[in-house]
Design a protein around this ligand. Structure first.
Ligand code: MGD
Ligand code: MGD
Ligand code: SF4
Ligand code: MO
Length: 744
């Protein structure tokens, strides 16, 4: 008889609740759990197609490996966990003595588990200032930092679309990404509901939402901030804002009003390529069909120099139209709920890191918002209002481009060791060639990678450690403060081979480095048990129904709290925190570092605007490229989207392999001709490598051939000043055929 287990899916951020059937110690089937309150039976194609094929795939790394040849040569020796951990810990101890605890860095992926607090705990105890690189700098964690500065708390990733009269998909494409807890079928249901909400889409591509939209604004990539400021201009000038909310709850309205005067629809039309009347109409539609919401999309986060202010402007738009914490708008989260639950910030031991170590945070002098300076200012207000800290693990980060440079130059101080976990930075980080140089550098004396597979990044490791997948570990999470529910599941099966949870890596190193008293929980089950004990649950009870809802205190919670957790107690349209950190307190648009306007000479040779990374199913980032899962069979090659007129100008046919080139290099992808893209925009997929090719350096599974980040830019002076984000959307490129057409 198969045994049924409740498991939290981690093929993406939504963590849908699944029912997994296990026979002996083998997963035999998975399906959506109808009782899981946040996903209600939903399960997308990823687990349906390949949960078991993926779990039992022959290429998985199942034992710790130690490099024996040169780095990248691909010669490994199998070692035990104890050997690996003993040796890594000894090396870390030695490096710490020679260079100080700040010589260690971490490379993380996007939210891949509920264990990031364990990295923060380990780093704090080690004395490391949280030198962590992560795509979070350009993906949601920057949004969260900005919302914290402006509103005092983040807003839920998932807007309350059920009650909205106007839904804006701003650089967000849920039909492919299902991002923000918006599974596509649920979104479709809402879009079809009567009365039908107004739909506005801001996207250079004709997405599924754009097809259904009342207004599709086909924007020049990278100029969204200008459009947002024009919306604010129209909304203020025409008196379409929520006067009562602004008067009572907003700080800095007059200064904002003054600033946006420059952004007339006429001027912004030139910047964005959107007709003036459409700018005005869309601003009116958003402001007058309340309640309304703007679905979070990663595109604003990935606009380099403009990213912070684009997110600030989005928050301002939501606030001045009275869409904060109302049904149909954007809900705020309740940090101290549920009572009794041990929140992640309570696990980080932030007080263990000496203040002088905080000041050494790599990048913290230049990009002060997502560093300790920003955290301290924000946390002061946060703590005062909610009685607990905001966690540092999703907040304090080093911009990736600065880490590679620190490794290569030894400045501002040497970085000697890197722990890469849940992450494939050779594929995700901008400027692949720079990442490669840093990972190959002799300056980097230790590189540990923990993953399921030998990825291109893992091929440049000294140790590769086998990670337990989401089917092999328990889950207990509030999705990085993004859910109003504690949700999770139990292990379906024991880890294959010698795979272990990432938690056990940090605990294993911690115990060996004198931190034993701080790691009392040997297994992750014990951690979960510790966190839920105050909810009155035992671990076994939790496994029966692994979720805990808590009574919601209704809407407009800021009224009951007596304001917002900001220095002025109001929504700061003019950010006093930005001001204290030495930045412009109000949003201002600047041209992207590479554009027909800022670099016209470059634009002569590279005439198209490049966007990278629009999501596609079933793949998730650089994952699911292995053969025999079904995903490569569906989507075998990387695809570049080109407008037919553009293709014709370059003799490109549908399906041709093309070179896409920027000043940094070129990659090959296959052309898909589509009318649904602006003729001056080229869109390449990100995340590509080919596990079926040789892994040894210099091939590295073909990463240099098709990875979008060969094309992207990582110069420090092109980064967003506040958080250090880089630009994946809105660069200059050219395109040409990679092979001569053959005669029929
Ligand atoms: N299948 C799949 N789903 C995923 C992921 C995945 O890898 N695969 N990744 C997950 C993660 S971590 C994230 S961050 C989310 C992201 O999810 P989304 O935010 O939906 O991200 P994208 O699909 O990258 O981009 C959304 C849209 O932005 C448009 N766009 C590009 N440049 C610009 C621009 O300059 N301005 C505007 N307005 N629009 C622009 C693109 O054409 C695209 O249609 O997806 C999550 N879901
Ligand atoms: N050009 C361009 N670049 C981009 C983007 C873009 O749009 N354009 N998008 C960016 C964004 S938003 C994101 S979020 C990033 C994504 O970047 P990442 O999150 O780094 O995603 P992956 O590169 O897929 O790396 C995840 C790795 O972690 C492994 N893994 C998964 N789960 C676990 C686990 O539980 N434990 C361990 N140890 N390993 C695990 C996987 O096997 C995989 O190798 O990419 C960013 N890069
Ligand atoms: S949307 Fe799909 S991949 Fe994401 S958690 Fe749900 S079932 Fe898993
Ligand atoms: Mo992301």
């Amino acid at each position: 008889m198969p045994v049924r287990k409740r498991v939290g899916c981690f093929f993406c951020h939504n963590n849908c609740g699944l029912l997994v059937e296990v026979e002996g110690d083998r997963v035999v089937s998975v399906r959506g759990d109808p009782e899981a309150p946040w996903s209600r039976g939903f399960m997308c194609e990823r687990p349906r197609m390949f949960a078991t094929k993926w779990l039992y795939h022959p290429d998985r790394v199942k034992h710790p490996l130690k490099r024996v040849g040169e780095r990248g040569e691909g010669r490994w020796k199998r070692v035990t966990w104890d050997e690996a951990l003993d040796e890594i810990a000894a090396k870390l101890r030695e490096l710490k003595e020679r260079y100080g605890p700040e010589c260690l860095a971490f490379a993380e992926g996007t939210y891949r588990s509920d264990m990031n607090w364990a990295r923060a705990r380990f780093a704090n105890l080690f004395g490391n200032p949280q030198n962590v690189i992560s795509p979070g700098t350009i993906c949601y964690l920057n949004t969260m930092a900005i919302e914290l500065a402006v509103l005092g708390t983040p807003i839920f990733h998932r807007p309350h679309i059920r009650g909205s009269n106007c839904i804006v998909f701003w650089g967000a494409n849920p039909s492919e990404s299902q991002s923000g807890g918006l599974p596509w079928n649920k979104t479709l249901e809402r879009l079809a509901m009567k009365p039908r909400p107004k739909i506005i889409v801001v996207d250079p591509r004709l997405t599924e939402c754009a097809r259904r939209a009342d207004l599709w604004l086909q924007i020049r990539p990278g100029t969204d901030l200008a459009l947002e400021l024009a919306w604010i201009n129209v909304i203020i000038n025409e008196g379409l804002y929520d006067r009562e909310f602004v008067e009572k709850w907003c700080y800095g309205f007059d200064k904002l009003k003054e600033r946006v005067k420059e952004y007339t629809p006429e001027r912004v039309s030139e910047i964005t390529w959107i007709p003036e009347d459409k700018i005005v109409e869309s601003a009116r539609t958003f402001a007058t069909n309340r309640p309304s919401c703007i679905v979070w999309g990663v595109s604003l986060d990935q606009q380099g120099v403009n990213a912070t202010y684009a997110n600030m402007a989005r928050t301002i738009l939501i606030a001045i139209t009275g869409n904060i914490d109302v049904p149909g708008g954007h809900l705020l989260y309740e940090p101290a709920e549920p009572k009794g639950f041990v929140h992640t910030s309570e696990l980080e031991l932030v007080e263990k890191l000496p203040p002088e170590q905080r000041r050494k945070h790599l990048g913290g002098d230049r990009h002060r918002l997502m560093s300790w300076a920003g955290w301290e200012l924000i946390n002061q207000c946060f703590r005062r209002m909610f009685g607990l800290d905001f966690p540092v693990h999703p907040f304090v980060h080093t911009p990736a481009p600065l880490l590679w440079r620190a490794i290569l130059t030894g400045k501002p101080y040497p970085i000697k060791a890197l722990i890469t976990w849940q992450s494939n930075p050779l594929v995700w980080a901008p400027d692949t060639k720079l990442v490669y140089k840093a990972l190959k550098s002799e300056n980097l004396e230790l590189h540990v990678v923990m993953d399921y597979w030998l990825t291109p990044t893992a091929m440049l490791a000294d140790y590769v450690l086998p990670a337990a997948t989401w089917l092999e570990r328990p889950l207990c999470t509030m999705a990085e403060s993004d859910m109003d529910i504690v949700k999770g599941g139990e292990r379906a099966v024991q880890p294959l081979g010698e795979a272990r949870t990432d938690y056990e890596l940090f605990r294993g190193l911690g115990v060996r480095l004198g931190q034993a008293e701080y790691w009392p929980w040997e297994t992750y089950e014990e951690v979960v048990e510790y966190r839920i004990k105050g909810l009155g649950l035992t671990y076994r009870e939790w496994c029966e129904r692994p979720w805990t809802d808590y009574p919601k205190t209704g809407f407009k919670r800021y009224e009951k709290r007596g304001g917002f957790a900001t220095p002025t107690g109001k929504v700061e349209l003019y950010s006093t925190i930005f001001e204290k950190l030495g930045y412009d307190p109000l949003p201002r648009y600047v041209e992207p570092p590479e554009s027909p306007i800022s670099t016209p000479d470059v634009a002569k040779e590279y005439p198209y605007i490049l966007i990278t990374g629009a999501r596609f199913r079933p793949m998730y980032h650089s994952e699911h490229r292995q053969l025999n899962l079904g995903s490569r069979e569906l989507h075998p090659d990387p695809i570049v989207e080109v407008h037919p007129h553009t293709a014709r100008a370059h003799g490109i046919r549908d399906g041709d392999w093309c070179w896409i080139e920027t000043r940094r290099g070129r990659i090959k992808q296959r052309a898909r001709l589509t009318w649904g893209i602006h003729p001056r925009v080229i869109s390449v997929e990100h995340g590509w490598w080919f596990p079926e090719r040789p892994g040894e350096d210099p091939v590295l599974y073909g990463v240099f051939e098709s990875c979008a980040n060969v094309l992207t830019l990582s110069e420090p002076d092109t980064l967003d000043p506040l958080v250090g984000g880089w630009c994946n959307r809105g660069l200059l490129c050219r395109i040409y055929r990679a092979e001569e057409p053959k005669a029929p």
